[in-house]
Ligand binder design. Structure first.
Ligand code: PMP
Length: 406
C-alpha cells in the first residue's frame, strides 16, 4: 500500500474471491489512516476527517487515560489468565453489577464472535437441545457457528438445519408478532429434527438496517423463548456501553432479563477484549461437561483498558450525553431530509434509509466525514460515532450531510 492512492496501481478494494469481497475496504479509493484523536481521524495525505462511524473508540480515539492504563499495565505485567489478577476480578464485578440480578458470572475472551460462540455452546449443553433462532439480516460473528447465525452474509442455501430465522421487526410489531415469529421459527426447527436451545438478537438490529423495535415486541420475544424452554441471548457487541443514550446496555431499555449478554467492540476502546455474562447455574452446568479457556481472554492489560473505559463513561456521563447529542443529530437529520425518508435509531446509533446511501457515504468522505452503510443492499446510512461527540460535531456533520446531499 502506498502512502497516497496511486491510480496506476490495481484497485485495492479488498481481495476479490469469485466476484465477492474477502475482506472489503471502505470507499472506492480506500483511506490510509495514520493517527487519530477524540472524534478525528487523520490520513496519510494530511487530511482530517470527522469520525461518524467508529463505535470501537467509544470514549474517543487515543483517549489519554486508556492509553496510559494500557502502557502502565504492559510495563508491569501481562500474562495469560491461568493466574489470579485483580484487574479481571474488578472488571467482572463491575460488569455484573451493571446487569440485572442473577447475571452474576462473567467470562472474558477476545472478540464478540467468541462470546456468542460460547453462549451457543452453553445453551446446547444446558437445554440438551440443538436448535438456534436468529433474525434475518443479522450479524453475530466469524466462527463456524456464529457465521451461520449471520443471516446477512451466510449463504441461505448453506444454512445448517439447526438454524431457523425470524423476520426482524420493521414497523410497529408487538408482542403478538413476536409470539407468532418465534412459534413459526420453532416449528421450522422441529420439522428439521431440532428444538429451540437459543434465540440470539442484536439489540440494535444493526446489520438489518438499524431497527428500533417496541418494548412489547422484545419482551414478547423473550417470553416466547422462555415459554418454549429455550435461552435468550442479548448480543450487545454493537449496542453496548451506552450507545443508546439511556442505559449502559440497550437490552435494559426494553426491560429484558436475558440469560446471556455478549459484549465486545467498544469494551477496550480498540484494545481487543470481549465478555460473556450469564447466570452461575448455566456456567456451572456447562463446566460439568465441557471446559473453556482463552489464552488472552481477561489478561491484565486488556482488563486495564476495559476498566478505564468504564471509568471514563461513568465520570463524564457519556450515556446521558450520547442520548442528548444523539437527539440533536436525529432532529437535525429530520430537518434536512424529505419527510418520506426514514431517520431512525436510538442515541448515537442513527440510520437514514436512502437508496443513494452508498453514494452519499462517498460524498460525505469528500466533505470530510466518515460514515458507513448497512441494511439490505447498503441502503441505510449508518451514523455511529464515538460517544464523545459534542454538539459542535453534530453541526459539522449536518453541514457536510446537507452539502453532500445537494
Ligand atoms: N455481534 C454483533 C452484533 C456485531 O456487530 C459483531 C461485529 N460486527 C459481532 C457480534 C462479532 O464481533 P467480533 O468482530 O469482535 O468477533
Amino acid at each position: 500500500v502506498t502512502s497516497v492512492p496511486d491510480p496506476t496501481l490495481p484497485d485495492r478494494r479488498g481481495a476479490s474471491l469469485g466476484g465477492r469481497k474477502l475482506s472489503p475496504l471502505f470507499y472506492r479509493q480506500p483511506l490510509q489512516v495514520v493517527r487519530a484523536e477524540g472524534p478525528w481521524i487523520h490520513t496519510a495525505d494530511g487530511r482530517r476527517y470527522l469520525d461518524a462511524y467508529n463505535n470501537v473508540p467509544v470514549v474517543g480515539h487515543a483517549h489519554p487515560a486508556v492509553v496510559q492504563a494500557i502502557s502502565r499495565q504492559a510495563a508491569l505485567l501481562n500474562v495469560n489468565s491461568r493466574y489470579l489478577h485483580p484487574n479481571a476480578v474488578e472488571l467482572a464485578e463491575r460488569l455484573t453489577a451493571s446487569m440485572p440480578a442473577g447475571l452474576d458470572t462473567c467470562i472474558f475472551m477476545n472478540s464478540g464472535s467468541e462470546a456468542n460462540d460460547l453462549a451457543w455452546r452453553m445453551a446446547r449443553i444446558v437445554t440438551g437441545r440443538s436448535g438456534a433462532v436468529v433474525a434475518d439480516l443479522a450479524y453475530h460473528g466469524v466462527s463456524e457457528a456464529t457465521a451461520a447465525f449471520s443471516t446477512n452474509t451466510y449463504p441461505p442455501s448453506a444454512r445448517p438445519a439447526h438454524i431457523a430465522v425470524f423476520e426482524a421487526p420493521r414497523g410497529a410489531a408487538d408482542e403478538t408478532d413476536a409470539t407468532r415469529r418465534v412459534q413459526h421459527a420453532r416449528e421450522d426447527l422441529q420439522r428439521a429434527g431440532h428444538d429451540l436451545a437459543l434465540v440470539a438478537v442484536d439489540t440494535v438490529f444493526s446489520s438489518a438496517g438499524i431497527l428500533t423495535p417496541t418494548d412489547e415486541f422484545m419482551r414478547g420475544l423473550q417470553d416466547q423463548v422462555r415459554a418454549a424452554g429455550g435461552l435468550f441471548l442479548a448480543d450487545e457487541v454493537q449496542a453496548g456501553f451506552g450507545r443508546g443514550g439511556r442505559n449502559l446496555w440497550r437490552f435494559l431499555d426494553f426491560g429484558l432479563t436475558p440469560d446471556f449478554v455478549t459484549l465486545g467492540k467498544p469494551m477496550g476502546n480498540g484494545h481487543p477484549i470481549a465478555a460473556l455474562i450469564t447466570r452461575r447455574e448455566i456456567a456451572e452446568r456447562f463446566a460439568e461437561v465441557d471446559e473453556f479457556f482463552s489464552t488472552f481472554g481477561g489478561n491484565p492489560v486488556s482488563c486495564a483498558a476495559a476498566l478505564t473505559v468504564l471509568d471514563v463513561i461513568e465520570e463524564t456521563g457519556l450515556v446521558r450525553r450520547s442520548g442528548e447529542v444523539g437527539a440533536l443529530l436525529s432532529d437535525g437529520l429530520r430537518r434536512i431530509v424529505p419527510d418520506v425518508v426514514s431517520v431512525r435509531g436510538q442515541g448515537l446509533m442513527v440510520g437514514v434509509e436512502l437508496d443513494a446511501a452508498p453514494e452519499l457515504a462517498e460524498r460525505l468522505r469528500e466533505h470530510g466525514v466518515l460514515v458507513g452503510t448497512t441494511g439490505p443492499g447498503g441502503n441505510v446510512l449508518k451514523v455511529r460515532p464515538p460517544l464523545i461527540w459534542q454538539p459542535s460535531q453534530v453541526e459539522v456533520f449536518l453541514a457536510a450531510f446537507e452539502a453532500a446531499l445537494g
